[in-house]
Design a protein around this ligand. Structure first.
Ligand SMILES: Nc1ncnc2c1ncn2[C@@H]1O[C@H](COP(=O)(O)OP(=O)(O)OP(=O)(O)O)[C@@H](O)[C@H]1O
Ligand SMILES: [Mg+2]
Length: 271
């Protein structure tokens, strides 16, 4: 058995308030294996994004990590100093979130946004960066000659694919995706997840995946953790979480999505 890529151990996170603190994540533990897609599901406000931000070391006040550890290849990401953090972001962990497509800088050509990441983190020269940019755009089905275009010249789905390509450009070990396709229509969502899955098979990165779409969740994930009010109440393979839920809340979650119920269990291979 090889050690898991990511280990979240007894993670507890509060939001510090003027008078009281709010416990958003309560003693949560889970592992993500190399190349695995692990999903976090649960109702709005249960703490999914708070965990995603902490793993990416993007949490900031009022969020306070009270206790626990987040180990990537055995190294605690909570102990990284600012210099180590610069290396950690993009190269070890990349994050794609719901509005990521709007995080592209509107006044910079797409190629400049790739170059920024590639040249800062990998000290590539311009020619190498251009080559890598073309390669990454091809991987997400964007013609490389469009690298000279500005973000507004692309559709929302294309912009999100560009963000994903930038995220993958430095070969991260894990990609944290917090509702990466929620803002897009269903067909585009599926296309993007399909492409991510193919890339995952090629490059071997892991994914922490968060979405409100439980159908997508079951299709895309190897294992799923169910959260309720800051606690991880159940984790299992996607098949078992869907087909043989153990916790009452998991059963309720499926029941609240009638489109999933009564339909044949979805083929995982379809994504
Ligand atoms: N900056 C903040 N200050 C105070 N409380 C916060 C802050 N951000 C989040 N919270 C609270 O922490 C809890 C967890 O929030 P979080 O965003 O992690 O939930 P989530 O599971 O991602 O929800 P959603 O599915 O709606 O995205 C919520 O109750 C939320 O109100
Ligand atoms: Mg969230």
């Amino acid at each position: 058995m090889t050690a898991p890529l990511l280990q979240v151990k007894n993670l507890t996170i509060d939001y510090i308030g003027d008078s009281t603190d709010f416990r958003a994540v309560d003693d949560v533990s889970f592992d993500v294996a190399r190349g695995e897609v692990f999903g976090l599901a649960g109702e709005s406000g249960c703490g999914k994004s708070t965990i995603a931000f902490a793993i990416s070391r993007l949490h900031k006040p009022p969020a306070l990590i009270r206790s626990g550890r987040i180990l990537l290849e055995g190294r605690d990401v909570l102990d990284l100093n600012p210099a180590q953090l610069r290396d950690f972001r993009w190269r070890e962990v990349a994050m794609v979130f719901q509005s990521a497509m709007n995080s592209l800088n509107p006044v910079l050509r797409v190629q400049e946004q790739f170059y920024d990441v590639l040249r800062t983190h990998q000290k590539m020269n311009r020619a190498q960066a251009r080559e890598r940019t073309a390669e990454m755009l091809r991987l997400v089905d964007i013609p490389p000659d469009r690298m000279k275009d500005y973000p507004h010249q692309f559709s929302g789905g294309m912009r999100q694919r560009i963000v994903i390509a930038i995220c993958l450009a430095l070969n991260p070990k894990i990609v944290v995706m917090d509702e990466p396709t929620t803002a897009l229509d269903v067909v585009v969502q599926r296309e993007i997840l399909q492409r991510i899955n193919e890339l995952r098979r090629t490059f071997g990165f892991s994914v922490l995946f968060i979405t409100h779409d439980l159908g997508l969740m079951v299709q895309f994930c190897d294992r799923i953790g169910i959260m309720l009010a800051g606690k991880l109440v159940e984790q299992n393979t996607a098949e078992n979480i869907y087909g043989a839920p153990q916790h009452d809340y998991t059963r309720k979650l499926w029941a609240s999505f009638p489109s999933l119920h009564g339909e044949p269990v979805m083929e995982k291979v379809s994504i």
